[in-house]
Write a protein that binds this ligand. Structure first.
Ligand SMILES: [Zn+2]
Length: 409
């Protein structure tokens, strides 16, 4: 069987019918519908060696002339009321490439397809379960043990019902020990490629993130009796900063984004000047130095605003993650593969985290392909990609797999 990208579209429609309803995809991890999707995928790859590992990642393996492994990955789980493509495209397109390679006899290197368990974290709020177990970065077992879903079912019980033991899950690490390259195709889930009129792009890596809580302290005072020039208004600092981060992101450039997602004020009544304003800030960049500079610039600006408003400002880090850069050589190969099928390629960072970031963090050379998302929508039943673009993405993944195999052989 030669590569048949139309079959990928047909199979994705089949999966959509099988595991979705009028509200969208319902393949939430650790549910019967998820298992149904796994069984369905297995039926499409009958005859190819299949196994579940200790974290319930689903693997298909084509043994090659060499033990070196090329991995292609994705995830079959979705958020509740999710889209038909997020994660599933990666696996179903990977299956098409795998069948094509199998048809041609023993490949020069071992080729494996993986469907990672619980990428979305929709039920327990913990994303990248299977890939972090395999990457050796699942270091929060004790926190995972405490997690419960909306019905009060604990994570250990829910995964136990699917044969997974939390303490054993990290044994999945052995899966990445011989990984020589990892490829992942994904819908963009953003508006960049559509805006440029391009079907496909190469992902350079995933953003580093800095999240902080900024507390501004002024003085509560009567809204009627306190003259404007005598106020110490905590909200004024937060407000100035919320606008300043637009300039800071612009000056930093190269895709920098800053978001002030929340400001909580106290006493929070209409008759008082704000005494404390608690502001949440999220900053992202692909370059670690630029991210650090952007954070620094924001801190400097906050002190200036505190002085101007005669208030105090205090910073506290909530969460941080380093940028993860994909492999330079694989990025080149991905560029070639895209140009071959679409004429033009574009390189872009990924805002969302993906399983690929976990694999890259574990040290395996990694790259991702993005295919255009219509209106940039995802995690909704409105998520969509033109069928012709889906077909192009299958051909690009196929071309990239061939190039990666040639490089590894
Ligand atoms: Zn996804």
């Amino acid at each position: 069987m030669p590569l048949d990208p139309k079959r990928t579209v047909a199979e994705l429609r089949e999966l959509q019918k099988l595991t979705g309803d009028e509200n969208g995809a319902q393949r939430v991890a650790w549910t019967d519908t998820w298992v149904q999707a796994q069984d369905w995928m297995a039926s499409k790859l009958e005859g190819i060696e299949m196994e579940f590992d200790e974290a319930r990642n689903q693997w298909w393996t084509l043994r090659g002339a060499s033990d070196k492994e090329l991995l292609i990955g994705g995830h079959l789980d979705s958020v509740p009321n999710g889209g038909w493509l997020d994660g599933a495209l990666n696996v179903v397109a990977g299956a098409e490439v795998l069948r094509r390679i199998a048809e041609e006899g023993e490949p020069p290197v071992t080729v494996r397809l993986v469907s990672w368990a619980d990428e979305e974290g929709a039920r327990f709020g913990r994303s990248l379960f299977g890939s972090s177990a395999a990457a050796g970065s699942m270091a929060d077992q004790n926190e995972l043990r405490q997690l419960t879903d909306q019905d009060g079912i604990s994570l250990p019980d829910a995964i136990g019902a699917h044969g997974v033991d939390l303490d054993q899950a990290t044994e999945a690490r052995r899966q990445l020990e011989t990984a020589a390259a990892y490829l992942e195709l994904h819908i963009e889930q953003g508006p960049v490629l559509e805006g440029m009129g391009l079907p496909l792009g190469v992902v350079l890596g995933t953003f580093g993130v800095e999240r902080h809580r900024i507390t501004w302290r002024g003085q509560a005072a009567h809204a009627g009796s306190t003259p404007m020039d005598k106020r110490r208004d905590a909200l004024a600092g937060a407000a100035k900063l919320a606008l300043e981060i637009r300039d800071i992101a612009k000056h930093t450039g190269e895709g920098a984004v800053c978001t002030s997602g929340s400001v909580t004020t106290k006493p929070g009544i209409v008759t008082s000047v704000v005494e404390t304003a608690e502001q949440l800030l999220d900053q992202r960049h692909l370059d670690a130095d630029k991210l650090a500079q952007m954070l620094d610039d924001t801190k400097v600006a906050s002190r200036r605003f505190a002085d101007e408003e005669h208030i105090e400002v205090e910073w506290e880090r909530i969460w941080q993650i380093e940028p993860i850069l994909f492999d330079a050589e694989l990025i080149e190969l991905a560029d070639e593969a895209i140009k071959e099928v679409a004429g033009t390629s574009h390189r872009l960072p990924s805002g969302p985290l993906h399983d690929a970031a976990e694999v890259a963090r574990a040290g395996a050379p990694t790259v991702m392909l993005f295919v255009q998302s219509l209106r940039g929508l995802s995690h909704t039943k409105l998520e969509d990609t033109k069928e012709e673009h889906i077909e192009l993405s299958v051909r690009a993944l196929n071309g990239l797999a061939d190039r990666a195999i040639a490089r590894l052989a």
